[in-house]
Design a protein around this ligand. Structure first.
Ligand code: GLU
Length: 448
């Protein structure tokens, strides 16, 4: 069996065994197709049934999350934790709270996380979790009761050396605080390293809040430099206005770019003078409001209803930082038509498979999520190290390590692309580089 036949046969297993799970199918398809030459070169992987094992999560936990809202009504959500692969370290990955969450989305995110975590060079395996709970419009107490009920089940499945959750969409410092407080009560131990993204007063790491957005910009700057360019003087569009978008905007601006648009699920703002990120931080981080409130502080800006329209804004560099599937083929074609030179992904799988094809066939630089947004989880791993050592590094120390990690991710991905005759294809390079480390570890550990 050659590489192509092997990949095809495993993709068929993925489709028949996980019926209707589109996001998971798409994520696996994108990765496996790029691994074909790896299996041609390593027939021993085929003999060891490596891919059949790689696409099957080690463990999937689905549980009931009951909680009582402020009106005294009982609500029931569904909780998930997928412990996907522990070949190179304990399961590591965020928790997402969003009404769209289902097993397909958690598995796609967990699958991507295996490769992303491997690319960081740090000893962390892949996992992901979350719930279909919608935090929007909920009171502080409702969010706390939900987090406590969620942790009442999750705590028995996680641990310092087994599985370390963190934030993702809908889970930030507040939620991690509620979850950690309840974990500590149930476990009867101050195991700080069991969750990352904690507050600074109880074991959190400096620069973790900034890490995903900053890391995205460090990675993208490296990719631009390798192609004789940089952020300086460029017009940038960033979608989303959550943690990743905010700190990507801040760092890109620091490097001399002008970020002209940001969005939320209702629409986008356009500020031709460059977004004032402090105004956005106040709306999103303090008031937990909507992006259109930006106009109350900056009346010269514009607000446009409909978040997808953000891709019609002319820009040199696009940083999708909202959510999966936010750039479809049509939006990708508009970006190409408007002369965009680079697209780098802050969200997980924001570009559809067709959109990626449009970018690549038109010669745009493309920074795939698992490489470009790995800064968050990398910094989480640094938080775990600090917790184990019972030490705290300074902001500068963490930021310096983050910069080095992002540079290495770019270097390793681009070298892997070259080795497999796909020069400049960072998507293929990241998949191969991330996969090889996990594959080698799996080969050494026997059939498990
Ligand atoms: N949710 C983030 C991601 O997609 C961070 C995960 C973590 O810090 O464990 O990588």
């Amino acid at each position: 069996m050659n590489g192509k036949e092997y990949v095809q046969s495993v993709l068929e297993i993925v489709k028949s065994r996980n019926e209707g799970e589109k996001e998971f199918h798409d994520a696996v398809t994108e990765v496996l197709k790029s691994l074909v030459p790896v299996f041609d070169k390593h027939p021993e992987f085929i003999e060891a049934g490596l891919l059949e094992r790689f696409i099957e999560p080690e463990r999937q936990i689905i549980f009931r999350v009951p909680w009582v809202d402020d009106a005294g009504i009982v609500n029931v959500n569904r909780g998930f934790r997928v412990q996907f692969n522990s070949a190179i370290g304990p399961y590591k990955g965020g928790l997402r709270l969003h009404p769209s969450v289902n097993i397909s989305i958690i598995k796609f995110l967990g699958f991507e996380q295996i490769l992303k975590n491997s690319l960081t060079g740090l000893p962390i395996g892949g996992g992901k979790g979350g719930s279909d709970f919608n935090p929007k419009g909920k009171s502080n107490n409702e969010v706390m009761r939900f987090c406590q009920s969620f942790m009442a089940e999750l705590y028995r499945h996680i641990g310092l050396d087994t599985d370390i959750p963190a934030g993702d969409i809908g889970v930030g410092g507040r939620e991690i605080g509620f979850m950690y407080g309840y974990y500590k009560k149930l476990a009867g131990a101050n195991d700080q390293g069991v969750l990352t993204g904690k507050g600074l007063s109880y074991g959190g790491s400096l620069a973790r809040t900034e890490a995903t957005g900053y890391g995205l910009v460090y990675f993208t700057e490296e990719m631009l430099k390798d192609n004789g360019n940089s952020f300086k003087g460029k017009t940038v569009v960033v979608s989303g206005s959550g943690n990743v978008a905010i700190y990507a905007t801040k760092k890109a601006t620091e490097l001399g770019a002008k970020v002209v648009a940001l969005s939320d699920s209702n629409g986008y703002i356009y500020d031709k003078n460059g977004i004032n990120i402090d105004v956005v931080k106040d709306i999103k981080e303090v008031k937990r409001g909507r992006i259109k409130e930006y106009l109350e502080k900056v009346p010269t800006a514009q607000y446009v209803e409909g978040c997808r329209k953000i891709w019609e804004v002319k820009c040199d560099i696009a940083l999708p930082c909202a959510t999966q599937g936010e750039i479809d083929k049509q939006s990708a074609e508009i970006l190409v038509k408007n002369g965009t030179m680079a697209v780098s992904e802050g969200a997980n799988m924001p570009s559809s498979l067709e959109a990626i094809e449009v970018f690549q066939s038109n010669g745009l630089l493309f920074g795939p999520a698992k490489a470009a947004n790995a800064g968050g989880v990398a910094c989480s791993s640094l938080e775990m190290s600090q917790n184990s050592m019972r030490l705290s590094w300074t902001f500068e120390e963490v930021d310096e390590k983050l910069q080095l990690i992002m540079k290495n991710i770019y270097k390793n991905s681009s070298e892997a692309a070259k080795e497999y005759d796909q020069e400049k294809n960072i998507l293929v390079g990241a998949n191969i580089a991330g996969f090889m480390k996990v594959a080698n570890a799996m080969m050494l550990q026997g059939i498990v």
